[in-house]
Design a protein around this ligand. Structure first.
Ligand code: ADP
Ligand code: MG
Length: 146
């Protein structure tokens, strides 16, 4: 488990960039944290780290947004509005989760039952006592015998 503290959006973006630079094809990252905590900021950093130039925002009206231009495909899921887990089957989520790109899932706690056995969990939390721009970011390996 790794704990990183950031004190500005730029620092969170840079952490994402490092994650994107180090990412391996087929990895799955989940991203959990309250609204406005910085999930999209971190995701934009990851996209930059994958050498994706086009703008990355939360895929509000689609469950998954696919970016093919970087050094590997980037599958950005936001499952916040999912009504039923069957919607994940309909979009063929397994092709992404078990494919050759980097998968990033915002609000992954809502689809816990279909997460792969092994993934990286990223939790972002505020602590107002440490300031408005403070974020505690915890990265943990789930499964995979580690
Ligand atoms: P989410 O996707 O989790 O709903 P966003 O990434 O869209 O959240 O928004 C996070 C907001 O918090 C942005 O307005 C950003 O500027 C602000 N912010 C302040 N401090 C930080 C920080 N340390 N890391 C990330 N975002 C921060
Ligand atoms: Mg967001």
């Amino acid at each position: 488990m790794q704990m990183i503290e950031t004190f500005s959006p730029e620092e969170t973006f840079e952490l994402g960039q490092t994650i994107g630079q180090q990412a391996q094809p087929g990895e799955v990252y989940t991203l959990v944290g309250d609204l406005g905590v910085g999930k999209t900021v971190l995701t934009q950093g990851i996209a930059k780290g994958l050498c994706i130039e086009e703008p990355v925002n939360s895929p509000t009206f689609t469950i998954v947004q696919v970016y093919e231009e970087g050094r590997m495909p980037f599958y950005h899921f936001d499952v916040y509005r999912i009504g039923d887990i069957a919607e994940m089957d309909e979009i063929g989520y397994e092709d992404y989760f078990y494919g050759q790109g980097l998968t990033m899932i915002e609000w992954a706690n809502l689809i816990a039952e279909i997460l792969p056995e092994h993934y990286h969990q990223i939790l972002i939390e505020k602590d107002l006592e440490k300031g408005f721009d403070y974020r505690k970011i915890t990265i943990q390996e789930i499964g995979g015998g580690r």
